[in-house]
Design a protein around this ligand. Structure first.
Ligand code: KIV
Ligand code: NA
Length: 266
């Protein structure tokens, strides 16, 4: 299959074709999602909550993101792989952001990076873009700022907040961002942003008018122990896995497994 490239993002928006994105943190899920035709795979710092047992994304380090990003990048033949810049690895300025992004790029084979924030990171987006590293923006509810935002809350409600959001989005676009994730933004506000931006918007809890959608795969597949209101569960993988483990344990305890078919008889 033909690889998804950065220029396809704008083309998809112009043609009105929705972009599909899921997180992935390892080789087997990346391969499954790639074969399913998911356009974009995000090695998100959500790995902190989903896989590493943290309560937030804040403790996630660049060192922790490199092995999963490498595994995902190696496992796809079509999807464009995006890796998050974790908290503390880019805020200090363009030089810090570039050092982090170059490292992630060189050591993982990911095709783009994502960072959170608007005008405050525009110089970072410019520096990475100029260095040949495509950048995804992330606005609205930005989990790395959860403490400053006062918890997981919808952002951009009210005219003033919506105006600030559009200034941030335009600043990211002007700085060279290739797409912008909008998280927990009222659907009409996200629709308006989608209309004024040339680059695609990718929504998560931001309504159907965005140019694409992203979900954390565990939320999408019913794997987590909790999932947000905006995430639809398309499977009950957690339930299926638990059932499999219980059936296996029962077979072992009953000396039913392994049977002859699963043994070397000589
Ligand atoms: O880390 C992540 O999974 C994300 C998505 C929720 C957009 O940033
Ligand atoms: Na993230």
């Amino acid at each position: 299959p033909k690889r998804v490239r950065v220029h396809h993002l704008r083309e998809a928006k112009e043609r009105g074709e929705k972009l599909t994105m899921l997180t992935a943190y390892d080789a087997p899920t990346a391969r499954i999602f790639d074969e399913a035709g998911i356009d974009l795979l995000l090695v998100g710092d959500s790995i902190g909550n989903t896989m590493l047992g943290h309560e937030t994304t804040i403790p996630v380090t660049v060192d922790e993101l490199i092995p999963p990003a490498r595994a995902v990048a190696r496992s796809v033949s079509r999807a464009l792989v995006v890796v998050d810049l974790p908290f503390g690895s880019y805020e200090a300025g363009p030089e810090q952001a570039l050092a982090t992004a170059v490292r992630l790029f060189k050591e993982t084979g990911a095709h783009a990076v994502k960072l959170e924030g608007g005008r405050r990171v525009a110089a970072q987006v410019r520096a990475l873009t100029d260095a040949g590293i495509p950048v995804f923006g992330h606005l609205g509810f930005t989990p790395q700022s959860e403490n400053a935002l006062g918890g997981k809350r919808v952002q951009g409600r009210g005219e003033d907040a919506a105006e600030l959001l559009s200034e941030d989005a335009l600043a990211l676009q002007d700085a060279g961002a290739v797409a912008i994730v909008l998280e927990m933004v009222p659907a009409p506000v996200a629709a308006r942003l989608t209309e004024i931006l040339r680059v695609p918007t990718i929504g998560i809890g931001a309504g159907v008018e965005c140019d694409g959608q992203v979900l954390v795969w565990l939320d999408m597949a019913g794997m987590g122990d909790w999932s947000p209101r905006f995430a639809k569960q398309y499977a009950q993988i957690g339930q299926a896995l638990g059932d499999a483990a219980r059936a296996y344990a029962a077979d072992v305890r009953g000396a039913v497994f392994p049977d002859d078919a699963h043994s070397f008889l000589q």
